[in-house]
Every structure is written in structure tokens, then in C-alpha cells.
Design a protein around this ligand. Structure first.
Ligand code: FES
Ligand SMILES: [Fe+2]
Length: 455
């Protein structure tokens, strides 16, 4: 397949929205501001237009499988999903399947989830067992991948035990997440993560538990899906109910080697507004069903909405987050959404969200979107939530038990996406076009994708 080129412009600065910048808001803090929030990345991403067939064609999907999914570190499960010896979980990506297993030595190993006899998937489901036994003819392996037993062993004189160890893939961990990489020559996970762990030092994700995990099947390409969660530019069009209390166009965007971040301030009015919301309007926009509904919380006279949200969150977290008194109002109010190439999106501070997006099998126009809540806890770690699957036509409101009113926001986001895919398939023009600043994260993603595809 001839790969359509990206279209680039010279890298560099550009204009910014009116209104308070994120750094202006940090200047208002009364507590010391962490250095990572003060960082602003250089602007070095020239990509601005991406060929539409990257979202629609099977050929490009096949390239992604070969050049990305078989080569990159990717989040497979949480360590807490497999806490005991024999615990295993299945991670499927495109048409590949990886089995993550906790061994008797408590090490986590990952294997291709395929029987070496006639190829049945070894495990269909997550679970716990003291061996990995294929349900078809009963070949079995020990939890470390060594061959254990072949029924009618006499009939396989040509099978050498050493040559029939389950092929392993590389495993690395960070923040309580288990990452796998199918490339035996890949760089260590720590190199790939770069400075990302440093950014999360104040908000250690390994000290959280998985409170919720919802996986929704989506009728759109996985990239179109994740790109809807990498910018605040769509808030004015898609979530207008929030504008009184979100500095959408004042979001700060940064991109470093393998990861990017957005910092969207909450409890500060959108520069799109043509009226001036009160502090109470700002709280209501986030905490009530609508601006007209009775307020759930009243902002005291001597406080801003931002200070109030900071204080409310500080109180909520006082028993579970020992460092909470030293956290700034920004860390307790705003949305910090990081993206690690290619598809892993942990939110920072205490917003709890982690997203993962991946293709649904080998279908370029279908995706799996997952939302995980990682919550702090007191005492013993609660058991991690099991995955709650939502089918293509199931609404996000079926996950309101997990996400409350946020499920309405996911519904707004999801409403666009099949229509994006429909439009891309119907397009009579060649490229999608990204903003110079507010779509920085997406442009950064595409420049990394390009690098992998051309590698
Ligand atoms: S296919 Fe697994 S034992 Fe035969
Ligand atoms: Fe959204």
C-alpha cells in the first residue's frame, strides 16, 4: 500500500486563546505548585493534516498491527487483577491474544495465548488455576510456561520438552499497570516511559484500586475514538452545558517524547461565553443537572468556586490521601489528561480516570473504549472491579452505577463518533485538519505513529 503523506507546517509558537492561561491560574495558588505543572513543552510538532484513509482502510490497520501493536509497550492489565499465584487475565489486541499470568514465584509473565498443539486459545476467560491446560486435548503448561503434560505422551516422541515452552512476551510494570511488548528486541519499559513516572510522583497510581472498569464497543476507528478524549476543543460543540465552569480554550497542551498531556482548568469560565457567570454558576455547571436546577452546593461569599472545589475534594480525600493538605486547588479541581503512545490515557492527580482505546479485532471502523476508575483507599486494597462490557448499541447510561453523571458526558462524546466514522468513509477530500495548539496531543500522536509506520 502506498502510504498517503502527512501534511506539515514549520514547528513553532502560535496564538493562544484570550482568558487566563493555565499558568496564570497556577499563580493564584496559595500552596507551592509542583514543578511538573509549571513545565511547558517546546512546540516541535509539524504535523497538521492526516490522510483520512488512516482511519478507514484495512491496509493501514494491517500496517498498524505489524508496526505498532507488535512492537510497542501497551497496557495489558493492572497488577491487582492478578494478585495471587495462578491468576491470569487475557488481553486481546487486534487478532492477537496475550495471557498475563502470576507465577508461584509471584512474578508476572505474559505468553501468547495459543496452544502449541493445534492452536486453540489456551484461556478464554480470566481466572485462577495451578496450570495452563488447553481445553481441546488437554496439553498443559506450568505457570512459568514450561511444558507440564501431554496426554498420550507416547504418541509425541518428536516433541522435546525444551522446545515446547510457551513463547513469552516482555513484561514491565509501572504505577500498578502491567505492560506487555511482543517485540523481543524492544527497549526497556522504563526507557519508553521516559519522564512520565516523574510527572505522577505526587499522585502514585500504584496506591489506587480499580473501582470501576467499563469497556464499550464503538462503531469508529480506535484513533478517532481516542482523539475525542485528547482535547478540550470539542467542549463548546459537544458539552456546552459545562461552559460556565470550564476554561476549555485555556487548556495547556504539552508533548514530550512518548507522552503528552493536557491541563484543562475547571471552575473558571470558558472564553467562549458572552456573559459572565457568577462563582455559583461555575459550581452549578459542574455539580448540577443544569444551570436552572437548584444548587447542590453553595459557594461562600469569601471563596471562589475554584477554592471551594479544592476544599471539597480535599475533605473527600482526607482519609485516603495522606498528602492531601499539601495539594494545590488546581490538583484537586482540574483535568490533567496524559496520553502515552499509542493508546493509554491515565489522568493525573485525583480525577480517577484511565482510558484505553484499541481496535475491535481487525476491524478498522470499530473500537473498544475502556474507562477505568482508579480510586484511593484506606486500609486493605478492595478487590478490583471486573470488566462491565457495553455492546455497540448499549448506552453509557447503563454504566451510571459506575460513573454517575459522567456517563451523560460519555454519551455526548460517543454520540459523535459513529457519525465521524460515517463522514470519514463518505469524504470527498483527502485529509483531516488539526488545530495548531488545541490539537497538539493528537498531532503528537500522529507524528509518533508515522515514525513507527516508517520504521
Ligand atoms: S489444541 Fe490444545 S491440546 Fe490440542
Ligand atoms: Fe468530551
Amino acid at each position: 500500500m502506498a502510504i498517503e503523506p502527512l501534511i506539515e507546517i514549520p514547528a513553532g509558537e502560535g496564538p493562544r486563546s484570550s482568558g487566563l492561561s493555565y499558568q496564570d491560574l497556577l499563580d493564584l495558588e496559595t500552596r507551592p505548585v509542583p514543578e511538573t505543572l509549571r513545565e511547558q513543552s517546546a512546540r516541535e510538532i509539524p504535523v497538521v493534516k492526516v490522510p483520512i484513509d488512516r482511519y478507514t482502510s484495512r491496509e493501514f490497520h494491517d500496517l498498524e498491527v505489524e508496526k505498532v501493536w507488535k512492537k510497542v509497550w501497551q497496557f495489558a492489565c493492572r497488577e491487582e487483577d492478578i494478585p495471587e499465584a495462578g491468576d491470569h487475565t487475557v488481553y486481546d489486541i487486534a487478532d492477537m491474544s496475550i495471557l498475563c499470568v502470576r507465577g508461584p514465584d509471584m512474578q508476572i509473565r505474559a505468553f501468547h495465548n495459543v496452544c502449541l498443539h493445534r492452536g486453540r486459545a489456551l484461556k478464554d476467560f480470566d481466572g485462577r488455576s495451578d496450570e495452563l491446560r488447553c481445553p481441546f486435548h488437554g496439553w498443559s503448561w506450568n505457570l512459568d510456561g514450561s511444558l507440564k503434560e501431554i496426554p498420550c505422551r507416547w504418541d509425541f516422541p518428536h516433541v522435546e520438552k525444551d522446545e515446547y515452552e510457551l513463547p513469552q512476551v516482555k513484561v514491565g510494570t509501572w504505577g500498578g499497570f502491567v505492560f506487555i511488548n511482543m517485540d523481543p528486541h524492544c527497549e526497556p519499559l522504563s526507557n519508553f516511559l521516559g519522564d512520565l513516572p516523574n510527572h505522577f510522583e505526587r499522585w502514585p497510581l500504584e496506591k489506587r484500586y480499580k473501582e470501576a472498569h467499563v469497556a464499550k464497543l464503538m462503531r469508529c476507528n480506535w484513533k478517532a475514538n481516542q482523539e475525542a478524549f485528547m482535547e478540550a476543543y470539542h467542549v463548546v460543540g459537544t458539552h456546552p452545558q459545562m461552559l460556565a465552569g470550564i476554561g476549555d480554550a485555556n487548556t495547556q497542551y504539552d508533548a514530550w517524547d512518548t507522552f503528552s498531556r493536557a491541563m484543562t482548568p475547571n471552575m473558571t469560565p470558558s472564553p467562549h461565553l458572552t456573559w459572565e457567570p457568577t462563582q455559583q454558576d461555575q459550581i452549578n455547571s459542574m455539580m448540577s443537572a443544569s444551570l436552572d436546577s437548584p444548587p447542590m452546593f453553595n459557594v461562600p461569599e469569601d471563596m471562589t468556586a475554584r477554592q471551594m472545589l479544592g476544599q471539597m475534594t480535599r475533605m473527600q480525600l482526607q482519609n485516603t490521601v495522606p498528602s492531601v493538605q499539601s495539594l494545590t486547588d488546581s490538583e484537586l479541581s482540574d483535568s490533567f489528561y496524559y496520553s502515552l503512545f499509542p493508546n493509554f490515557h491515565p489522568w493525573a492527580a485525583y480525577n480517577r480516570i484511565v482510558y484505553r482505546f484499541r481496535p475491535y479485532g481487525n476491524e478498522p471502523d470499530k473500537a473498544i473504549m475502556e474507562v477505568i476508575y482508579l480510586s484511593p483507599y484506606q486500609g486493605t486494597r478492595p478487590s478490583p472491579a471486573k470488566v462491565h462490557w457495553l455492546d455497540f448499541d448499549e448506552p453509557w447510561s447503563n454504566a451510571s452505577k459506575e460513573f454517575g453523571s459522567l456517563s451523560k458526558v460519555f454519551a455526548q462524546d460517543s454520540y459523535n463518533l459513529p457519525k465521524v466514522q460515517k463522514g470519514l468513509a463518505a469524504a470527498n477530500h483527502s485529509h483531516v485538519t488539526f488545530a495548531n495548539y488545541q490539537e497538539t496531543k493528537i498531532r503528537h500522536f500522529h507524528s509518533l505513529l508515522e515514525k513507527h509506520i516508517n520504521a
